[in-house]
Design a protein around this ligand. Structure first.
Ligand code: FES
Length: 106
């Protein structure tokens, strides 16, 4: 994972468990990525950019695309981390600077 000023200042490399949600693997490795809807594709706070490897995971479905449209900093490599299942190949992840969560929990 690429460095993020607040959530991962040094960047991070880890082995993710195959078949698990990317959001769970990030949380498991200490990255406090937001997940306001508790990982059910009903917000956009777990927005990530898959800078490498995105073509090797299952494409976003309509539900994910709908939620993504609310994400800050959307681009062609945007995904919701609760919708991406780890499939094995190396992913390079970048967290956006901001999210749309106005009531972040501690
Ligand atoms: S945690 Fe809400 S869409 Fe992923």
């Amino acid at each position: 994972m690429l460095a993020h000023p607040q959530l991962c200042p040094q960047g991070l490399q880890f082995d993710a468990r195959i078949g698990r949600k990317l959001v769970d693997e990030l949380l498991r490795h200490g990255v406090a990525i937001e997940h306001a809807c508790e990982k059910v594709c009903a917000c956009s706070t777990c927005h990530v950019h898959l800078r490498q490897g995105g073509e090797l995971v299952k494409a976003a479905d309509d539900e994910e695309e709908d939620q993504l449209s609310d994400a800050w900093g959307l681009d062609g490599q945007s995904r919701l981390a609760c919708c991406v299942r780890v499939r094995g190949p190396a992913l390079v992840i970048e967290l956006p600077k901001f999210s749309r969560n106005h009531a972040r929990e501690k």
